[in-house]
Design a protein around this ligand. Structure first.
Ligand code: PRP
Length: 211
């Protein structure tokens, strides 16, 4: 597993607004979309393309187009859904699979309640979307689903991460072709498993409290 921390003043500025407890849900959703746009540029650096012949108004040329099979975007429901539109805006060439995972609040273990993925992901580049990498359980479970289905490369885009989550990903995927791009690496987790300083519960801030 390879970790990449985005280091950019515009991302840091938007992350500060996102973290601020006074930021409304509508502004939070807007900021998430903007941040995903910026991170997608970096996360797709290894996007596979093939030569593509076109004619400009002046001459023929060989450009590139996204290679088949098309990449797969996988938002982890719920909070990852808040990142999907921003991602698809830059990557409309994707198909989309869904994984629903919620963390058990007592054990902090991930519980999968939905999974709608192509059965065969051989040769597919996958892009997992989840704003939070806390203990790492949810992301590790999702990445394992994708690798088990034959994905050759998994890129995860997260907004905030705790060192514990990064470490779990390193332990679980020491050699696999897995990259994690984050906007910020925070201090750690509190006794409830929340990232500190973090941004609270991303799902609740996007969509409100459901339970
Ligand atoms: C949050 C978050 C991640 C997960 C991270 O989801 O969106 O999916 O926790 O925690 P982990 O790294 O310790 O697994 P949550 O379980 O709150 O569900 P929600 O997105 O439906 O709110």
């Amino acid at each position: 597993m390879e970790l990449h921390v985005a280091d950019h003043p515009l991302i840091d500025h938007k992350m500060t607004l996102l973290r601020d407890e006074r930021t409304s849900s509508s502004m939070f959703r807007e900021l998430v979309a903007e941040l995903v746009n910026l991170l997608t540029y970096e996360a797709t650096r290894s996007l596979r393309v093939v030569p593509h012949e076109i004619r400009t108004p002046v001459s023929a040329m060989t450009g590139v187009t996204v290679a088949a099979p098309l990449p797969l975007a996988v938002p982890i429901i719920r909070a990852g859904l808040g990142m999907l539109d921003g991602f698809l805006k830059l990557m409309p060439y994707c198909e989309v699979g869904f994984v629903g995972i919620r963390r058990n609040e007592e054990t902090l273990q991930p519980e999968t309640y939905a999974k709608r993925l192509p059965e065969d992901l051989a040769d597919r580049q996958c892009f997992v979307l989840d704003p939070m990498l806390a203990t790492g359980g949810s992301l590790a479970a999702t990445v394992q689903f994708l690798l088990d289905a034959g994905a050759t490369e998994v890129n995860a885009i997260c907004l905030v991460a705790a060192p514990q989550g990064v470490e779990l990903m390193r332990q679980r995927f020491p050699d696999a072709n897995v990259r994690v791009l984050i906007a910020a690496l925070d201090e750690g987790l509190n006794e409830h498993g929340f990232i500190v300083p973090g941004l609270g519960d991303a799902g609740d801030r996007l969509y409100g409290v459901v339970d």
